[in-house]
Every structure is written in structure tokens, then in C-alpha cells.
Ligand binder design. Sequence first.
Ligand code: AMP
Ligand code: MG
Length: 349
Amino acid sequence: MAGAGGGGRLTPARPAARAWPVMGTMFEITVWDPDSARARLGLAAARAAVVRVDSLMSTYRAESELSAVNRRAGTDSVTRLSPETVAVLAAALDYARASGGALDVTVGPLVHAWGFDSRDPAVPPATTLDSARTLVGWQRVDFDRARSTVRLPVRGMRLDFGAIAKGFALDLAVAALRDAGIRRATVDLGGNLRFLGPPDDAGREVAIRDPRNPADLLAVVEVRGGAVATSGDYERFFVHDGVRYSHIIDPRTGWPARDIEGVSVFAATGMASDALSTALFVVGVSRGCAVAREAGVEALWVLDRDQDTERIVVTPGLRYRVRLLRGRTELTSCTPSAGSGGWRHEGLK
Ligand code: AMP
Ligand code: MG
């Protein structure tokens, strides 16, 4: 029942799907196009776009632009950036401002102190944490947008685009598909989704996984297009003394953010949904509801469950677009209160 659009007599195209490992996850594209040669070209162009973002912005690649920036931290040399990296850095700094510093791409030293860039993360000694904290702060990034250059003023500072680059890569992938003449596609980069073109007759639904049992679903959300990203405490974490520590760090405290199991953000672009899902994971519901409204996105939080309450909170625009799949889940919508005092810290004591 795939809608071929336009009411012509086109037979509904069978989708062409491919998947590749990239950016530490899987990139999966599904393209609907009656012309299989065009579909193939589109798939290749979309893949090339994602590979390019990875080669520019990965901190796991010594030859990336971000690695060059990080290596020169504390020296006088500036690094000249590609237009793509300029776009992501400029957006990241805007989201940092909009979220009161909850999204902070200078969080790299903290990610490193907790070992989330390694195989065995652990609670760091207090001294390690203290020195990492002195190296974090988006306001200190010396970014000259007009000249496309950046410099980190202190040795040891590190940029980490882990919270935003996948969403941006999806946007470039969709642009590449569009340029190739593709009109309908779905791209998925490790759970960040973006849609191109109209949904089929059944509409489009996005499943919300149970963060405590990701094979199981909690709810489905009707979406109209655009992008969806989810940040969860189940993606990378460890448990120590019964406490779960996840890879999303509250830059203000230096500790992993708590209270939320997962956040999904529904936005027009991949980059907005990716950046804001991480930011709203850190700020939680009360402040996050206002941040989401200011940014013009919708959000869904799965709150940390104590023994028996299982609660989903959504921004008002999602209230009637969510279908719960379990009787015991409670659904409420948040109220964005303007001027709610900016940053409200809800991290660890
Ligand atoms: P995501 O899965 O999009 O929520 O991004 C999480 C990744 O972003 C982590 O693995 C870190 O590399 C990085 N990160 C962690 N905390 C933050 C933060 N508060 N702001 C920006 N990036 C972060
Ligand atoms: Mg993100």
C-alpha cells in the first residue's frame, strides 16, 4: 500500500534497503523509487555523506578535523574547518546557550574521565573528575565563524560531537537522496531517524522502546515526517554499587545525568532532534518542557521507574499522538512555564 504519490498509475515501488556500519553504529536506508538505478545511486550518495561526516568529526580518527582541533588545544594554532564542521559547531553552541549548558560539546574531558570512550568505564577518582571539570565550558571555545576557524584555549580541552553529529549526518544523507531525485526514504543511524517524503496510507509510527528492556516496546508515536532521536541511559552505561551510570554527562556537575531513562525528540531536522534529545536528557522534564517549546520541538521522556510507577511525560503537542502499549504506563503532559528560572539542576548531590 505504499503511496506512489500524485495519483498516477505508478505501481508502488518496492523499497530498496541497505545497511552499513559507520560512526560506531549501523546506518540503514530504505528508499522507495520505481527506478532501481536511481535508487542505487541515491543509496550510494547517502552513504558517502555519512562517511564524510564521520571522517570530519569522529574523535576516534586521528586524521579528523576534530582530532586536529583537540591536538592543538592550548597552543596558538587555529584549525580551519570545513563548512560542515562549522555548521555543526555553530549549531552546538546555539543549543548550548538554549539549554543552559546542558548540551556542551566541550564535555570530552569528562567523557574521557569516566572512560565512556573506552571499553571499561568506571567512577573516576575525585581529583581526576575535578581536573576534567576545569576543562569543560562551551563559552571558552574560540570560534571564528566568519573565518571558519576554531581554537581551544587550554591544553586538555576536547570537542566531542557524539551528541549531535549523527543527526547532522542524517540531514546530509537526506539532502543527498533528494539531490539524486529520490522522493521517499527513511534513514536510520543508530536509532536516529529521519524521513523523506510522504508516509504511506497507514501513516507513520515510531516505536518507543522500553529503556530497561529494549527488545520490548512501551508506546508508539504518530509522526508526520521530520526526524526523531532518542537518548537513553541504556545505550552505554555501567552499574556500580547498584547505581547506573550512563554516558550522558551533566556538564555542570561532571556526573552522569540521572532521573530519566530515555528521551525522544521529534524535530524538523536530524541535528535538532539529536542535540536536543541529549540536552533534554540532562535537564529533565521541568526545564526541558520550556526548552522544547522555545526550540519548536516535541519531546517524550520515560522517567526513571521506582518499584511500580512507569511514567511517560510528553510535551503538549504529543499528547494525542502517543499510544501506550501497556496498561500500567501512566501518561502526562508537561506545562512549559516561561521564565522558569533557567537552569534547574537535578543531578547528583
Ligand atoms: P546521544 O546518544 O546523542 O545522547 O549522545 C551521547 C554522547 O554525547 C556521549 O556518548 C558523549 O560522547 C557525548 N555527551 C555526553 N554528555 C554530553 C553533554 N552533556 N553534551 C554534549 N555531549 C555529550
Ligand atoms: Mg544526541
